[in-house]
Design a protein around this ligand. Structure first.
Ligand code: 5GP
Ligand code: ZN
Length: 111
């Protein structure tokens, strides 16, 4: 998707503070952190949101879910963390490339 911000981060056209990547996913720091730790995990494939997922994505979604606690542990979040997926305009989604927020640390705001 040529006009997708997160696809441009994947290709390197827009810089980001990258924490981890492999053939399936990219993890980078949110540019406007809402907590001490605020990372975004995205699939390298352009998928707009949860609504676009189907059974062909089962392995990818399982992979992402299993990666989250590993990532949180690597970030030193030993006593817990929060994950958020905003979906659609009314769900507060601003970037239409599926992403999972990982938030943690002492300054985690109330929900
Ligand atoms: P959403 O509201 O779509 O769930 O979250 C989008 C997130 O992307 C926001 O937390 C926002 O701060 C982050 N973001 C927007 N533009 C950029 C950018 O250019 N670089 C990075 N690293 N994060 C961004
Ligand atoms: Zn994209």
């Amino acid at each position: 998707m040529s006009d997708c911000l997160f696809c441009k981060i994947i290709t390197g056209d827009i810089p980001a503070d990258i924490i981890y990547q492999d053939d399936k996913i990219l993890i980078f720091k949110d540019i406007n952190p809402k907590a001490d730790v605020h990372l975004l995990m995205i699939p390298k494939a352009h998928i707009e949101s949860l609504v676009q997922l189907n059974e062909s994505h089962n392995d990818l979604i399982a992979y992402m879910m299993l990666k989250l606690p590993e990532l949180a542990n690597d970030q030193g979040l030993n006593s817990g963390f929060r994950t958020i997926i905003n979906t659609g305009r009314d769900g507060g989604q601003e970037v239409f490339h599926l992403h999972i927020h990982l938030l943690g640390g002492q300054n985690l705001p109330g929900f």
